[in-house]
Design a binder for this molecule. Structure first.
Ligand SMILES: Cc1ncc(C[n+]2csc(CCOP(=O)(O)OP(=O)(O)O)c2C)c(N)n1
Length: 685
């Protein structure tokens, strides 16, 4: 068989595997894989430097399927290329990532072929995608990481990091705001190793794009300062390869390839949108499509002889050769630059360098205290000096979030300064969170920052951080009503509880400067969980830890900070963050009145829930039943800790625009109100 015939056979195999899997599952999207099979084939078998035997090799080209509903494309190529599996400890397993049986069990429980690409579940998937726009936005983080890594580690004759990032997207990804935010930043940063391929099929679920999407996409990307290329026929392998080649030669700009295609290509009937999306073709249509591809009509899940071998000779051979070359290069690099090589190895395993916490400050007692955000700024700087690959930034609120890294050499990341550690995301919270995911997928330790209220703008990507089990960090300042005069639009109410509802995410709301230190100490040691650190805008007293329990208790999620003298309280006061000092003041006042209370600082529900039952009982015993929780956020959920006999002082409405003191009075966040609630609850004066 000629090379050309083998190419066509391989493409038809991707198409028919996709059709058969969707048909068998009775759900999925067959139309896009049918149309994009040549593209994905060209990228994988002709261009990508990816070693199927080692899918986590650091210098591999990345492939992100942003139109995740076309996941069968990915399952087909992972199978045909013989990509191997890797486990959560980064051990390379000899077994295939996706077997033909997995493909037969597309979308079924525990198969390695879920409905959408799932990072951490299927080896070879570079990012979880499905919510449209996320994949392309994440790819921008990957491209930033690629520039940063090259700048820090490449040396003359040692191009350790020179990989490219390919992301495939459809109309949906380009309609979504997050895609536009990310594209704008990518153009600004001139990320030349980034290539998006836009499947311009002029159709979405409801029908033709003429319904809602008639903008000039190419013009828009030119305005973003991207290199825009056109391929007029999605079946023209040579033209696709030519465009990919031009991308690789383009300097100083990312590339968008606009690929004109027809959804459901090969289907004899004009495929309607419902059939292309979320519905199998049906037996008859499957047969006719196979006939159009010159395929045996009755065969299903057929991989003809020669196809796997063709992938072995293409991506397999090219990947193995690139891998071997890189391994030798890295061996020589390790000899010449042992420290840098050690950094790369630690980073790849998500480990921290020795002494990473050596410069963490300890804050002396101070009644006037320090704002959470100020303590955070000092801690972040102390950590970033010690962890060279810790980097991040804010969505244009750096001075306010106090996330700027100010030590010598930290610098700003930019097109001309790709080694900078301060990222400037612009006012783009959603893209920021997706980019942070991309940085983390590239094994950098990355943080983003904004006001707590705007976590809503970042939430879809944050949810994916948790799903992908990435150790990202989101620094959220102005975590309550501390910004006073800015008013209800800026005062979070339901954000805390909604963040706590994201499975796997660690939410931390430290009470004073020393809890901030402990919060970051905890967060930095996470390897497979994202964290949110909620910080106050206003100063909070730094507690005297000789009098109150050490801040290290934070690592257990909640701890007894102050107690009744005999350890037998009548009442338990629970609070987080800026409200802990209020309950401490109430506790002192109650003590003066002869009422025995306990103060529990509860910076993190999630961490507390992980503690053994005995510890949780010790901190929050069944008796006394009189408990009061105080938090400047929605009261929702606190019932869990205060029980039926308890009370929650929290927010039931939006806030208001006024100085903080007035807001605290209006909404009941004052020690005397807590004292009154306590005496009322106990039926005492
Ligand atoms: C954020 C988000 N909104 C909606 C959907 C549901 N959805 C899945 S595919 C699709 C249509 C996408 O159209 P396009 O990107 O052009 O893909 P194609 O029609 O080429 O398959 C939609 C709306 C989604 N996956 N993510």
């Amino acid at each position: 068989m000629t090379g050309n015939a083998l190419d066509q056979l391989a493409i038809a195999t991707i198409r028919t595997l996709s059709i058969d899997a969707v048909q068998q599952a009775k759900s999925g999207h067959p139309g896009t894989p049918m149309a994009l099979a040549p593209l994905v084939y060209a990228i994988w078998n002709r261009v990508m430097r990816f070693d199927p035997k080692d899918p986590i090799w650091p210098n591999r080209d990345r492939f992100v399927l942003s139109n995740g509903h076309a996941s069968m494309l990915l399952w087909s190529v992972l199978h045909l290329s013989g990509t191997h599996a890797v486990n959560a400890e980064y051990e390379r397993l000899g077994e295939p990532s996706v077997t033909l049986d997995d493909i037969r069990r597309f979308r079924q429980l525990d198969s390695r072929t879920p409905g959408h690409p799932e990072y951490h579940w299927v080896s070879g998937v570079e990012a979880t995608t499905g919510p449209l726009g996320q994949g392309i936005a994440t790819s921008v983080g990957m491209a930033i990481a690629r520039s940063w890594l090259a700048e820090r580690y490449n040396r003359e004759d040692f191009a350790l990091f020179d990989y490219d990032i390919y992301a495939v997207c459809g109309d949906g990804c380009l309609m979504e705001g997050v895609g536009s935010e990310a594209a704008s930043l990518a153009g600004h940063l001139g990320l030349e190793n980034l290539c998006w391929i836009y499947d311009n099929n002029r159709i979405t679920i409801e029908g033709p794009t003429s319904l809602a999407f008639t903008e000039d996409v190419a013009g828009r990307f030119r305005a973003y300062r991207w290199n825009v290329l056109q391929v007029a026929d999605a079946n023209d392998l040579a033209a696709i390869e030519e465009a990919l080649g031009r991308f690789r030669k383009t300097r100083g700009r990312p590339t968008l390839i606009v690929l004109d295609s027809h959804i459901g290509y090969g289907s004899p009937h004009k495929i309607d949108t419902a059939a292309a999306h979320g519905e199998p073709l049906g037996e008859e249509e499957v047969r006719l499509a196979k006939r159009a591809y010159g395929w045996p009509e009755d065969a299903s899940f057929l991989v003809p002889d020669g196809v796997r071998e063709h992938f072995d000779a293409g991506i397999g051979a090219r990947g193995a050769e690139a891998w071997q070359r890189w391994e030798s290069l890295f061996d020589a690099y390790r000899e010449r630059f042992p420290e840098l090589a050690a950094e790369i190895e630690q980073m790849q395993r998500r480990e921290l360098p020795a002494g990473w916490d050596a410069d963490l400050p300890s804050f002396p007692p101070d009644a006037r205290g320090l704002a959470g955000r100020d303590a955070s700024g000092r801690v972040l700087n102390a950590l970033a000096r010690r962890v060279p690959w810790l980097l991040g930034g804010s969505a244009d609120l750096g001075p306010s979030n106090r996330t700027t890294l100010t030590f010598p050499g930290a610098g700003d990341f930019g097109a001309e300064s790709p080694g900078g550690r301060n990222l400037h995301f612009g006012v783009r919270e959603h893209a920021m969170a997706a980019i942070v995911n991309g940085l983390s997928l590239s094994k950098l330790r990355a943080f983003g920052a904004t006001f707590a209220i705007f976590s809503d703008y970042a939430r879809p990507a944050l949810r994916l951080s948790a799903m992908m089990e990435l150790p990202t960090v989101l620094v959220l300042t102005h975590d309550a009503m501390g910004d006073g005069e800015d008013g209800p639009t800026h005062q979070p109410v339901e954000q805390l509880i909604s963040l706590r509802a994201i499975p796997g995410l660690v939410v931390l709301r430290p009470a004073d400067a020393n809890e901030v230190v402990e919060a970051y100490r905890y967060v930095l040691q996470l390897r497979h969980r994202p964290a949110v650190v909620m910080l106050s805008r206003q100063p909070l007293p730094t507690f005297d830890r000789r009098r109150y329990a050490p801040a290290a208790g934070l690592a257990r999620g909640a701890y007894v900070m102050a107690d009744a003298p005999d350890g037998q309280p009548e009442l338990v006061l629970i609070a987080s963050g800026s409200e802990v000092c209020l309950v401490v003041a109430a506790h002192e006042e109650l003590a003066a009145r002869g009422i025995r209370s306990r103060v529990v600082s509860m910076p993190s529900w999630e961490i507390f829930e992980q503690q053994p039952e005995a510890y949780r009982q010790e901190v929050l015993p069944a008796q006394p039943a009189a408990r009061i929780a105080v938090e400047q956020g929605s009261t929702l959920g606190w019932e869990r800790y205060v029980g039926a006999g308890g009370l929650v002082i929290g927010m039931k409405t939006f806030g208001a625009s006024a100085p903080l003191k007035d807001l605290q009075r209006r909404f009941g966040f004052e020690p005397e109100r807590i004292v009154a609630a306590a005496t009322g609850l106990l039926g005492r004066k």
